[in-house]
Design a protein. Structure first.
Length: 395
């Protein structure tokens, strides 16, 4: 069996590390060719040595020399590249078969897009790419016969529960609804009057999943589910009315598809990202992922409830952005990224995340998005509006 070559964009993050763990268990089937990180040269160099990567990319170009030194210290022979050009190189290299897109935020768009342009098999964790550039991204992937395999656990579950050929239309496949499950996050039961005093540490302490800080805050505000609704719309070519969200605190059912004949297909598993990562890596095969098995006999409670949109306004705003279409999701995502950053660095409180996003959404007008440039321009404008909001709040 020939091994497939994998580039991991964002290898030092939570998804990146889990990806390397799955690949480590299946070295007879996969080989690492390129790894990338934003700033953590030490971890990147150690990973390059362990997997004998050929290319190491540090997004922050000022750290190129530091990376070369660290690689030497670890006895790694990877070639050093940096910046956006380096990330795109890692995504588009001729001998790369599979690209794991696991950079966080809109910063991951250009490199993920490059993978689409080069017709790669794209394992998409970076949901923000699809949220802001969905239509353009999917069109580019189709044009170049790039396959997008969703890594986000909900979308991976839906992908597993859909028949082949669903891209041609959910109606044809007999699908009535896509049901995304949400854990509800760490504040699922917190009364609204206590939200103001929530700290970044509490927000990042997710009950079921261990993840990077940005997505952890998004899970606490339920913006993560909002982004996922928009992600699902593009991935599965779904109408906004076909997508529903249910809170499922146990995080065992990772999502469901409801069919015309009354059938509901669910995918279940322990909350461990190595399952969706393994499935997307080896699809349509199944490989060992190192994941604990579900103990069904000990499971006596699987519950589902409607999300509370009053306490979690971010989810409602995201649904509005999806229905508005055009550049609205770009503004949603950019303002949220600025807000989450500001919250994590103590400049605004937890309640101000949704307030900021709502205000910026009202201020920035919705335009058509027809190209990657349109996306990036709109992203820049929304970001500067959001920055001003933060400055005003602090001034
Ligand atoms: P993380 O913060 O743990 O890791 C992010 C990675 O991206 C790191 O390798 C970092 O070096 C790199 N990076 C950060 N900023 C960058 C920049 N400006 N330029 C280039 N590289 C940069 O994040 P994560 O939790 O692994 O999430 C990664 C993506 O996967 C996100 O889009 C997230 O929404 C999605 N996702 C994560 C999980 C999870 O369980 N962690 C689950 C589903 C989806
Ligand atoms: Mg998810």
């Amino acid at each position: 069996m020939t091994r497939e070559n994998v580039s991991v964009l964002g290898s030092t993050g939570s998804i990146g590390v889990n990806t390397l763990d799955v690949i480590d268990r299946n070295r007879d089937q996969f080989r690492i060719v390129a790894l990338t990180a934003n700033r953590n040269v030490e971890k990147l160099a150690e990973q390059c040595a362990r997997f004998d990567a050929r290319v190491a990319v540090i997004a922050n170009s000022a750290l190129e020399q530091d990376l070369a030194v660290a690689l030497g210290r670890h006895g790694a022979r990877a070639e050093v590249m940096s910046g956006e050009a380096g990330l795109k190189e890692a995504a588009g290299m001729a001998d790369t078969d599979i690209v794991m897109a696991a950079i966080v935020g809109a910063a991951g768009l250009n490199s993920a897009f490059e993978a689409a342009r080069r017709g790669k098999k794209i394992l998409l964790a970076n949901k923000e790419s699809l949220v802001i550039a969905g239509e353009v991204f999917i069109a580019e992937a189709r044009k170049n016969r790039a396959r997008i395999l969703p890594v986000d656990s909900e979308h991976n579950a839906i992908f597993q529960a859909l028949p082949q050929g669903f891209e041609n239309g959910l109606e044809d496949a007999g699908v009535e609804k896509i049901i995304l499950t949400a854990s509800g996050g760490p504040f699922r039961e917190l009364p609204a009057d206590q939200f103001a005093s929530v700290t970044p540490e509490q927000a990042c302490n997710h009950p079921n999943w261990s993840m990077g800080r940005k997505i952890s805050v998004d899970s606490a505000t339920l913006m993560n589910k909002g982004l996922e609704v928009i992600e699902a719309r593009w991935l599965f070519n779904a109408h906004p009315e076909q997508i529903e969200v249910l809170v499922h605190p146990q995080s065992i059912v990772h999502s469901m598809v409801s069919y015309r004949d009354g059938s509901v297909l669910a995918q279940m598993g322990t909350p461990d990202m190595r399952t969706p990562i393994a499935y997307s890596l080896a699809w349509p095969r199944r490989i060992e992922a190192g994941v604990d098995r579900l103990n069904l006999a000990q499971m006596n409670d699987l519950s589902f409830e409607k999300p509370d949109l009053d306490r979690f306004p971010c989810l409602a705003i995201a649904f509005e952005a999806m229905r508005a279409g055009g550049s609205a999701p770009v503004t949603l995502n950019a303002s949220n990224e600025v807000a989450v950053d500001a919250f994590l660095s103590g400049k605004i409180g937890f309640n101000q995340i949704s307030a900021l996003v709502r205000d910026v959404m009202e201020r920035v007008s919705v335009t058509a998005v027809k190209s990657l440039d349109d996306v990036l321009a709109q992203d820049g404008q929304a970001r500067s509006e959001a920055q001003q909001w933060v400055e005003k709040f602090n001034g």
